[in-house]
Design a binder for this molecule. Structure first.
Ligand SMILES: *Cc1c(COP(=O)(O)O)cnc(C)c1O
Length: 395
């Protein structure tokens, strides 16, 4: 039985999987299939492989930790968990404590629980419970995170959902939806799945101040934007805001599953209020510590900002030259997109690129999305764009 046949027979078909290549190994921004063909990865496993594939330092840290201890449960002290929480507070400059989960959706679930707890008095009486999110947002696939996601098409089959989620068309519309029951606003600073849409900086800063004044929590979903994806540790650092809650996941573990909820509400949860069996174990937190160390020096050396600038310039040039296909270039840092013109399909461009052996992604609002590994080299970038252009020339 072939692996493809096994996959088709035994794995639940929830993904529109691409069976054209079967990747077996990687090296930084390069992926290699079973036949030995190389691909340039401008997707990094959907913003996850932040330090590239096969990173020797990350591999060494994981191996070393695996030989010592992988897991003991949260009943006992976990050294790398404590160190990681400290590092996240230092690097972000936020006065926070962190809870560790295993995924983005799970981190958002925890953030929503924090908001609900904030809206409930100590006797358990619900005072405020509504959470405002944005249209075109994406917050995850669990029932509550799905309901928080402002895309009605994703709510068709799985109801009934928890109450209390309201969707704003854009940041300005949030003010119209606030009422006496509103406890929190949850947003992405750059919408990812919804089509690489950065929020306007001044509008975000104004919102943060207005919410603070009304004692409404600001939750920023940084599952995709966090961990240097936009050039700073957090997109919140880039926007110069201090949210009450920040969630992380994708890039944090370099591929090892981990989620995190950072909050300035350091006393909000008591023993027993929340928990996770796997969350924050030795393996995932040790991996994340190594990822942060690698990326911090990549940032400090100036290399990250330099590469992000080159990438942006190249993409803008492509948008200009191929204006028959693209309206414009969008995004921030290494979270970029090309908005595809009416009459063309982003999916077709993604497929043509794959045929030329460069991996790019599709996002909502007909966008070709680029989420390169943060440690990409100039040579890898040049090869990736050379192949992408070859694909565009065939369309
Ligand atoms: C990917 C993503 C999630 C969901 O993360 P999972 O790890 O798949 O649960 C949530 N929010 C944002 C902004 C994301 O990009």
């Amino acid at each position: 039985m072939t692996i493809e046949a096994m996959d088709k027979a035994y794995v639940l078909p929830t993904y529109a999987r691409n069976y054209d290549a079967h990747f077996v190994r990687g090296e930084n921004a390069m992926l290699y299939d079973a036949e030995g063909n190389d691909y340039v990865d401008f997707g990094s496993g959907i913003a996850v492989c932040s330090v590239g594939h096969g990173n020797p330092r990350l591999a060494e840290a994981i191996c070393d930790q695996a030989k010592k201890l992988i897991h003991t449960s949260n009943l006992y002290l976990i050294e790398p968990q404590a160190r990681l929480a400290k590092r996240l507070a230092e690097l972000s400059g936020m006065d926070v404590r962190t809870f560790f989960a295993n995924s983005g959706a799970e981190a958002n679930e925890g953030a929503i629980k924090i908001a609900r707890r904030y809206g409930t008095d100590d006797e358990g009486n619900v005072k405020r419970y509504k959470i405002i999110t944005l249209e075109h947002s994406f917050h995850g696939r669990t029932i509550t995170a799905l309901k928080a996601t402002g895309q009605e098409a994703m709510h068709t089959y799985f109801g009934p959902f928890p109450d209390g989620f309201v969707y704003a068309r854009d940041i300005e519309h949030i003010y119209d939806l606030i009422d006496d029951h509103t406890v929190a606003v949850m947003i992405e600073l750059v919408q990812g799945e919804g089509g690489v849409q950065p929020m306007e900086r001044s509008a975000v800063q104004k919102l943060a101040a207005a919410l603070k004044e009304r004692d409404i929590l600001l939750i920023v979903d940084e599952v995709q934007t966090g961990i240097y994806r936009t050039g700073e540790v957090l997109a919140s650092n880039l926007y110069e805001i201090t949210p009450d809650v920040v969630t992380l996941a994708k890039g944090l573990g370099g591929g090892v599953p981990i989620g995190a909820i950072m909050t300035t509400l350091k006393e909000i949860l008591k023993p027993g209020d929340h928990g996770s069996t796997f969350g924050g174990n030795f393996l995932s937190t040790r991996a994340a510590l190594e990822v942060l160390e690698i990326l911090e020096s990549h940032k400090t050396s100036g290399e990250l900002d330099h590469m992000m600038l080159l990438f942006e310039e190249r993409l803008k040039e492509i948008a200009r030259i191929y204006d028959r296909l693209f309206d414009k270039e969008v995004g921030v840092g290494f979270m970029r997109g090309l908005r595809v013109k009416e009459g063309f399909d982003a999916g077709e461009i993604v497929k043509a690129a794959f045929d030329e052996r460069v991996v790019v992604l599709k996002a909502g609002r007909n966008t070709v999305r680029f989420l390169p590994v943060l440690t990409m080299t100039k040579e890898e970038m040049a090869l990736g764009f050379q192949r992408f252009i070859a694909a565009l020339d065939r369309l």
